[in-house]
Design a protein around this ligand. Structure first.
Ligand SMILES: NC(=O)c1ccc[n+]([C@@H]2O[C@H](COP(=O)([O-])OP(=O)(O)OC[C@H]3O[C@@H](n4cnc5c(N)ncnc54)[C@H](OP(=O)(O)O)[C@@H]3O)[C@@H](O)[C@H]2O)c1
Length: 227
């Protein structure tokens, strides 16, 4: 399969890129910083094609689309995300800039990624979009705290559900996923799930995604997550 993953230079995205390339998929892994240290030229193996993309920047998407050219994409993983108020989420500490940057990445970033890559997804037999959201964005599980991050992931989930409806006619399936509480820069050292275990589970979910299950919201282990 031809696969593109955003925010793949570290964390869950990095694990996904490495594991998908190892099983033989052709992976375009994106990193927002041009010339970023992604761990050496062969990071992720020879089948990982590193490209620059800031998901919040429309010009960056246009430039990547040109580099992709006429190549089809079977799967686009919208993984890039930020959690800016982690550890400092008292209401008084939240700023307009934190709201703006979080939504620009976690919500608009998902939209811009899908919009730019729709032509490439349309060239695949069945195009798939995977949105890495979070159970923290569940409306029914709203348990307080992290207002900005939760609101952004709730918006990403809503966006994904509506994309699933509107892209069904184009033969494109959309899955929304909770990766678990994962030991990454974002999840922190106390998180119980290893990045590799999250990635293995997510890859199983991506493989299972079809037009019959489009619009699903699932945890990395296959458990449905309440909207
Ligand atoms: N870890 C968890 O427990 C957990 C739980 C639920 C959901 N998630 C979600 O899973 C996804 C991956 O999380 P993670 O734990 O792997 O986080 P991470 O280790 O903090 O990595 C985040 C990745 O997103 C990239 N990124 C941030 N802003 C970007 C932008 N504007 N353009 C392009 N790339 C950008 C980062 O790039 P830089 O290196 O340039 O910053 C980095 O590669 C996120 O969407 C997150 O919300 C994580």
């Amino acid at each position: 399969m031809d696969i593109l993953i955003t925010g793949a230079n570290r964390g869950i995205g990095r694990e996904l890129a490495t594991r998908l390339a190892a099983r033989g998929d052709r992976v375009i892994a994106t990193t927002r910083a041009a010339g970023a240290d992604v761990g050496g030229a062969d990071a992720g193996g020879p089948d990982v094609d590193w490209q620059t993309l800031d998901v919040s920047d429309a010009a960056s998407h246009r430039a990547l689309s040109v580099r992709i050219g006429a190549r089809p994409l079977d799967l686009v993983v919208c993984n890039a995300g930020v959690y800016l108020e982690k550890g400092r989420d008292r209401p008084e500490a939240l700023t307009p800039e934190m709201w703006q940057k979080t939504f620009a990445t976690n919500v608009t970033g998902v939209f811009l990624t899908v919009q730019a890559l729709l032509p490439a997804l349309g060239r695949a037999n069945v195009g798939k979009i995977a949105i890495i959201a979070s159970a923290m964005g569940s409306q029914s599980r709203a348990s307080g705290g992290s207002w900005i991050y939760r609101a952004s992931k709730a918006a990403a989930i809503n966006l994904g559900r509506n994309m699933a409806v509107d892209l069904a006619g184009r033969g494109i399936a959309v899955g929304i996923y909770h990766p678990g509480w994962v030991r990454t820069g974002m999840g922190g050292p106390e998180a119980p799930v290893r990045p590799g275990d999250s990635a293995v589970g997510l890859i199983e979910r991506f493989d299972a995604l079809s037009m019959a299950t489009t619009g699903c919201f699932e945890s990395y282990d296959g458990t449905p997550v309440a909207f």
